[in-house]
Design a protein around this ligand. Structure first.
Ligand SMILES: *[C@@H]1O[C@H](CO)[C@@H](O)[C@H](O)[C@H]1NC(C)=O
Ligand SMILES: *[C@@H]1O[C@H](CO)[C@@H](O)[C@H](O)[C@H]1NC(C)=O
Length: 218
């Protein structure tokens, strides 16, 4: 009798685990790949629209947490307990939504890069829509690890409540480079090449002969 109930419990537990696994692993759903690849196509023109159409060394003011680089992701993966990929992906959407908004805000109506940026934002929204749809609603209400919640709170702070020391200046091109590199890292299943496994999260992967695009100030 005791044995029976134990095994029923075990079975129940196992079944519960099986149900949880897809959510916990948070692999990128295949449906995400189409909008992300479309976004990637737009991003491939970023040098032209985010560099050549702006004055040399032109920077915009963003929150320090919006300078979201591969090294930030790698550091969080090492140091934040209970961090899963889905949380990082949510953070990526939150960060880059703010970045796009700030880039658009500095561009006058007739700026030559405006249509490009508007389309980029539309494509980003499409990807976000698919992202939200392809996960059960409750994962978006789950409690975040404390460090991540802190970052989240900073990102959503009213601009006039952000202390002076939290602002950074970065070129639009630099921000979009980070946008692109971190996208490949966090959604690598969509960008896996048929060749050798690429480490999109490795800083060295993106370093090949493009040292000049670093932001003037970090
Ligand atoms: C993403 O864009 C780059 C160009 O910036 C291109 O080389 C690469 O093939 C694209 N990847 C996918 C999966 O579309
Ligand atoms: C742009 O920034 C670079 C690196 O900080 C500097 O060497 C260069 O003189 C700057 N160019 C202009 C036109 O300000």
């Amino acid at each position: 009798m005791v044995q029976l109930s134990t095994s029923v419990c075990l079975l129940g537990g196992l079944f519960g685990l099986l149900l949880l696994v897809p959510v916990l692993m948070a692999l990128t759903p295949a449906s995400m790949c189409t909008p992300l690849k479309t976004l990637n196509d737009s991003l491939s023109h970023r040098r032209r629209y985010m560099k050549h159409n702006f004055p040399i060394n032109y920077t915009i003011r963003v929150h320090q947490k919006e300078v979201f680089k591969l090294s930030n992701i790698n550091r969080m993966r090492l140091h934040v307990e209970g961090l899963d990929e889905l949380v990082l992906q949510r953070l990526w959407f939150q960060v880059n939504q703010g970045v796009l908004k700030k880039i658009i805000r500095v561009m006058p109506e007739r700026h030559p890069s405006r249509p490009y940026t508007a389309e980029l934002e539309r494509r980003f929204r499409d990807a976000e829509g698919v992202f939200v749809q392809s996960h059960p609603a409750e994962v978006f209400h789950r409690e975040l690890p404390e460090t991540i919640q802190d970052i989240w709170d900073h990102l959503t702070e009213e601009p006039d409540r952000v202390p002076e020391s939290s602002w950074r200046f970065a070129t639009p091109k630099f921000l979009l480079d980070n946008f692109c590199h971190t996208m490949h890292c966090l959604f690598s299943e969509c960008f896996a090449s048929t060749k050798a496994q690429q480490d999109y999260c490795g800083v060295s992967h993106w370093r090949k002969g493009r040292k000049k695009d670093l932001q003037p100030e970090s």
